[in-house]
Design a protein around this ligand. Structure first.
Ligand SMILES: Cc1ncc(COP(=O)(O)O)c(C=O)c1O
Length: 411
């Protein structure tokens, strides 16, 4: 069971996709004079920028590519440290390593997002950026993080891979920091199987992101050479096929979020009276995606018993979303043996150590947290228990009552 977007794939996506297939033109660049060229990627960039409230957007082939492009676009590189939460998908950390910078792991708090107090403790003269991740559809404490970033002269890159469509105090996630990234993989709000996007209000950053995503070309490129290429780039481009599916998905976002939010409120109300159970702190209940409902139990043992009785896991055991399960990060297993960026002479921070137990607050919270699916059932998120966006009120009530009965037996 993937995310809500995949559950809603239907005629609209088929129509958009057929338009591209029938035109026979699948590439993101084309001439406006060519009737076969439908400019789906361009339209998607414009529409996403409008929806999230940024001036510029660049479509890419995954959220991981978006992270790499955004970090490089912001100028993060050798010698820099980037503060990332210890609870995130591995790409938020691996992309920093591929930008040849050093990820510095920080605690999450009861929002399950970056803890501003720990961010303050982790800042060094080498810190270049803070990378909050809006985990499980919920914005991080952006007011506090933005204030810290501006007081310390740091960049703020929002990883909104899991929170497309969410907002924080009226602002779309990804529009608050210096740049934001989105993912369209199968577990995300909207999906095309894979895909990603970078958003920013900074024209210069946009130019650099665009160049990185396409061999150094500048953003005016429509398939023809335009001027000099200021640096070496890659090919992270999105195809017209991917964008066609996403354009159809985009039209479903509002309805999808309204339904998820209503379903989550319903589920939550049924289990709210359980004494000893607490809900994850939500920074902006109006703006959350509501794809998941996370509860904290009073202790690890009881949480494990309840999770196991429900056929799911505590969040601490949910694979690659928890730093202590990322063996390739803990052991700094780089692709080539010289160990770049950890051995980089530009890096003046000495030996970087990652180890299990290094984030005790995160470990404690995740060991007694259970994720309940409202619209995303992902074994990697530990949300094997819950409902889908298709479920009706009766099914939601039955599932919530089952949770209630099971938890009550242990509480
Ligand atoms: C928080 C977070 N960041 C980045 C990514 C990477 O996105 P993608 O899988 O599209 O590369 C994901 C994907 O799961 C994610 O959850």
């Amino acid at each position: 069971m993937p995310g809500p977007g995949m559950e809603l794939i239907g005629e609209e996506e088929k129509r958009e996709l057929l338009e591209v297939i029938e035109s026979g033109y699948l590439f993101r660049y084309g001439s406006p004079d060519n009737p076969a060229f439908k400019a789906k990627v361009y339209q998607l960039e414009q529409q996403v920028a409008r929806l999230v409230g940024v001036s510029y957007a660049v479509a890419v082939n995954s959220g991981t590519s978006a992270l790499l492009a955004a970090l490089s676009g912001l100028g993060v590189g050798p010698g820099d440290e980037v503060i990332v939460p210890g609870y995130t998908f591995i790409a938020s950390i691996s992309s920093v390593i591929y930008a040849r910078a050093i990820p510095i792991l920080a605690e999450v708090d009861r929002t399950l997002n970056l803890d501003p107090q720990d961010v303050l403790r982790k800042i060094t003269p080498r810190t270049k950026a803070i990378l909050p991740v809006h985990m499980l559809g919920n914005p991080a404490r952006m007011d506090e993080l933005k204030a810290i970033a501006s007081q310390h002269g740091l960049l703020l890159l929002e990883d909104c891979a899991q929170a497309f469509g969410a907002s924080y105090k009226g602002k779309g996630v990804g529009s608050i920091g210096d740049a934001g990234i989105y993912s369209f993989n199968i577990y995300k709000t909207i999906t095309s199987g894979d895909g990603g996007m970078v958003g920013t209000n900074n024209k210069e950053v946009y130019g650099r992101v665009f160049g990185l995503h396409d061999q150094g070309h500048n953003p005016m490129r429509v398939g023809v050479e335009v001027g000099q290429r200021p640096f070496v780039g890659l090919d992270l481009r999105m195809t017209e096929l991917t964008a066609a599916v996403l354009l159809a998905q985009l039209r479903k976002v509002d309805g999808m979020l309204a339904r998820l939010r209503a379903n989550k409120r319903r589920f939550k109300a049924i289990i709210a009276d359980l004494s000893g159970l607490e809900f994850r702190e939500i920074t902006d209940p109006e703006g959350e995606c509501a794809t998941l409902l996370t509860v904290f139990l009073p202790g690890e043992e009881i949480a494990r018993k309840i999770a196991s009785a429900l056929g799911t896991k505590v969040v601490a055991d949910s694979g690659w979303h928890v730093y202590s399960n990322m063996e390739q990060i803990l052991e700094k297993r780089t692709i080539t043996p010289e160990g770049c960026p950890f051995t980089c002479p530009y890096y003046k921070g000495g030996q970087v150590d990652y180890r299990k137990g290094m984030l005790p607050q995160t470990d404690d919270l995740l060991s007694r947290a259970i994720n309940i699916s409202i619209g995303v059932s992902d074994p990697g998120l530990g949300s094997a228990f819950g409902v889908t966006i298709h479920d009706n009120d009766d099914t939601i009530d039955a599932c919530a009552e089952l949770f209630h009965r099971t938890a009550k037996a242990y509480l």
